[in-house]
Design a protein around this ligand. Structure first.
Ligand SMILES: [Zn+2]
Length: 335
């Protein structure tokens, strides 16, 4: 038996529930486990994210909303984050309910052209992995995994694009919209200043360090430095006065400054460790990943490469390493 979407005694979320923000933990097929969807009892009746596109997830979402005394058809606004574990059911919920769909403006072309964008992302991932030394058979295997995972996403029309810094005004609360790129290029947090709460999706998670994934440049320029952006985003969130962060996975965070300090220290230590590996001898990013984690599962090749390249970007920004591109594979060395 699956546990219900909102288990009895969901205590860490009690302060949010008292403010009319109810957590529904919806199953996903991904290693991260369940995704937190939030129903905000306000006008408009608002859902933050919806879960991945699967029958099981849809059933649990529907039961969870009904358990709170509402119907899926009553939802008037859905706010979304771009990754497929949060996004996949948004279009179905919007079709059922006629809800408006809101997202940060940067996410609009990505979610409206989901298949084309996902295909282009896969091509970028393939080229990047090959350039950084991932073996061809691993790249090919990962490409088919990625194609299969795409079925858990779905395109959606955004009817309410949001700008960074704008106020999303509901009847009983105002959510200030903040763009926090890093984990994804369109990560967005929603700040209720009055209640000192932050709805943060995967920008900050209690149990795991959010992996800033390599992302395809959108304007033909250089690869975005996801980890550099992410650390800037964390620094901005650190300055916010909040008592409770409601994340996209797992339990709420009650001391965001301490957690962010731990994350910043962790990334500094990892960058130093990678620097030491390169002082030992120059290596490709994939060789660094192998030195750090040994034999890497095929499904983790892109994640670990993202992790390594993120730290190489940090070291390059500090002038500590440089990238040497030979005819095919990039090799990194101390500057
Ligand atoms: Zn997620």
């Amino acid at each position: 038996m699956e546990p219900p979407a909102t288990p009895a005694g969901d205590e860490p979320f009690a302060p949010a529930a008292a403010a009319g923000i109810h957590r529904l933990a919806i199953p996903t097929p991904f290693a991260v486990g369940r995704v937190n969807v939030y129903l905000i009892e306000d006008r408009p009746l608002t859902l933050v994210d919806a879960g991945p596109n699967s029958g099981t997830s849809f059933d649990e979402l529907q039961r969870g909303v009904e358990g709170l005394g509402h119907a899926l058809e009553d939802i008037e606004l859905v706010i979304l984050h771009q990754h497929i574990d949060h996004l996949g059911l948004v279009s179905l919920v919007a079709a059922r309910s006629g809800a408006k769909v809101a997202a940060i403006d940067a996410a609009v072309p990505i979610v409206e052209n989901f298949s084309i964008e996902a295909q282009a992302d896969d091509e970028f991932a393939r080229d990047t992995m090959l350039r950084h030394g991932v073996p061809e058979d691993v790249v090919a295997a990962l490409q088919s995994v990625s194609r299969a995972f795409r079925a858990w996403g779905a395109r959606v029309d955004v009817t309410r694009p949001l700008r960074d810094g704008e106020a999303l005004v509901l009847r009983d609360r105002t959510l200030r919209v903040h763009h926090r790129p890093g984990h994804s290029p369109t990560d967005t947090v929603f700040h209720d200043q009055e209640r000192r709460m932050l709805i943060a999706a995967d920008h900050l998670l209690a149990h795991v360090s959010s992996n800033p994934l390599m992302t395809r440049p959108r304007d033909g320029s250089a690869r975005p430095k996801s980890l550099v952006q992410y650390l800037d985003s964390l620094a901005a969130t650190r300055e916010m006065d909040v008592d409770l962060v409601l994340p996209g996975h797992g339990d709420p965070i009650t001391d965001h400054r301490e957690l962010i300090d731990q994350r910043l220290a962790f990334h500094r230590r990892r960058a130093d460790k990678i620097h030491r590996l390169l002082v030992d001898r120059p290596r490709s990013a994939y060789e660094i990943a192998q030195a750090l984690w040994g034999n890497i599962a095929v499904t983790h090749a892109y994640l670990t490469l993202s992790e390594v390249l993120g730290h190489l970007d940090l070291l390059a920004e500090d002038g500590r390493v440089r990238e040497r591109t030979s005819d095919r594979v990039s090799v990194w060395a101390p500057a």
